[in-house]
Design a binder for this molecule. Structure first.
Ligand SMILES: [Zn+2]
Length: 223
């Protein structure tokens, strides 16, 4: 995992003696490169520890051991671990480049998954919906859609616990018995569920179909 350092002046040194207990996920409601430069602008008075872009790049703006300014306003919180003090002191903030209503790109999802994996391990953060939360859980009034309904909570928690796959790590193939013989298909854990992918030509021809590959349109046609 490649993390690029992009220092922001918007932070408080140290964590007032608090331990990191949770990750707060956000969306920026802005796009690169403006959203990164804004979080590095003193006028913003806002930051996060990390920013994960649509391209799957990870920037670190504030050191983990310092307090980033990402979830300091508490309004109608719905978070049992809120202790009455500023949540910035005991959380890690991760911003995701996305406009309201957008979902993460696949590259962005994979990058944030790796980042979450590293952080939960480093700080012994339990993998559940009280320790990995959205900004809306801390400020339900001004941030009801941060990170919004399309944020992949279930996929993230499933992938972090590894419960989604019995077949990890790496690619595992299983035999697929066809009328014409046996082929191997890889099992991939795409959306938290294991799915077997089959070589399309072998399968279709074994079932009596003709397969055509069009180099120009890069399309497979099965008749
Ligand atoms: Zn936020």
């Amino acid at each position: 995992m490649n993390i690029q350092w992009a220092a922001s002046p918007n932070f408080t040194v140290g964590r007032s003696g608090k331990k990191i207990i949770a990750i707060v996920d956000h969306i920026t409601a802005g796009l690169m490169p403006g959203t990164l430069s804004w979080m590095r602008n003193p006028t913003a008075k806002a930051s996060a520890h990390y920013l994960v872009t649509k391209a799957g790049e990870i920037y670190q703006l504030v050191k983990d051991e310092d307090t980033a300014w990402h979830a300091g306003e508490v309004k109608k919180p719905n978070w049992p671990l809120y202790d009455g003090s500023n949540p910035n002191r005991y959380t890690i903030g991760i911003e995701h480049e996305a406009l309201g209503g957008e979902s993460l790109t696949e590259a962005q999802y994979q990058a944030t998954l790796e980042l979450h994996r590293m952080l939960v391990k480093r700080y012994s953060i339990p993998i559940d919906s009280d320790h990995i939360i959205g900004h809306n859980r801390i400020d339900a009034v001004n941030r009801p859609n941060d990170p919004g309904p399309l944020f992949p909570w279930q996929r993230l928690l499933t992938n972090l616990t590894g419960q989604g796959s019995k077949y990890k790590p790496g690619i595992v193939t299983v035999p697929i018995i066809l009328p014409t013989g046996k082929i191997e298909g890889p099992i991939l854990n795409i959306d938290g569920s294991d799915r077997t992918y089959v070589p399309v030509r072998e399968l279709a021809e074994a079932l009596g179909y003709k397969v055509r590959w069009d180099e120009i349109t890069r399309t497979v046609t099965i008749r």
